[in-house]
Design a protein around this ligand. Structure first.
Ligand code: SF4
Length: 208
């Protein structure tokens, strides 16, 4: 044991009653995230949805089932990774996170990243990708690229919910998960795009 599980627990207790933005008044349950505190692979989604809000767990609806299936396709399960979101409380009617909400909540996420210290961060969809890479670009221009520093790789991919009604997007996700596996196995050799190309992004955020 290296203390990461205990530190994550302490963080959970510190922030579970957070009221730093208005979502604390409309949520049902705070959704910290779940998984392995020593995970090499961290997934970051957007925000809890209806089912997550009710259960207090991330990715438990149909998109969560897709995520489980994709993990299984590369020989992984939830107990080996950590899954969380940019926002820990559900926006009403699943609307997009507002900038002030992301600003209020991002410190919780950065603390989770600091404690877990994953080798690979996989951002799911636009909102987490824009936050982690500190960019306004859309996910379609970022997915498929690799952002790396000495310690960490960031792989933006589509949100699993995008595949619910689109088989093509599911195929793209499957391919992206195969790439995730190669990074975890340290066998990736393809062309990389340096983080500095994105401006001060992750370094500015103090994540790396
Ligand atoms: S969304 Fe984040 S900042 Fe807002 S109340 Fe919930 S935990 Fe706090």
């Amino acid at each position: 044991m290296d203390g990461r599980r205990e530190r994550l627990k302490e963080l959970f207790l510190d922030i579970k009653d957070c009221n730093d933005c208005g979502l604390c008044n409309t949520k049902t349950r705070f959704v910290f995230g779940s998984g392995n505190a020593s995970a090499e692979l961290l997934f970051i989604g957007e925000a809890p949805g209806k089912n997550e809000d009710l259960q207090g767990l991330p990715f438990v609806g149909r998109a969560g089932q897709i995520l489980d299936d994709l993990l299984a396709s590369i020989g992984l399960h939830r107990g080996q990774v950590f899954i969380t979101n940019v926002l820990k409380c559900r926006p009403p009617k699943n609307r997009d996170p507002r900038p002030e909400e992301v600003e209020a909540c991002k410190g919780h996420l950065f603390e989770q990243i600091s404690i877990i210290g994953p080798k690979v961060i996989c951002t799911l969809g636009k909102h987490s990708t824009q936050l982690i890479l500190n960019t306004k670009k859309g996910i379609s221009g970022l997915r498929g690229r690799v952002y790396r520093t000495e310690e960490r790789v960031v792989l933006p991919i589509n949100h699993p919910a995008a595949a619910l009604y689109n088989p093509h997007k599911l195929d793209v996700l499957k391919k992206d998960f195969e790439r995730i596996k190669t990074f975890l196995d340290k066998e990736e050799t393809e062309k990389e795009r340096p983080v500095k190309d994105m401006g001060q992004g992750p370094r500015q955020l103090g994540l790396f």
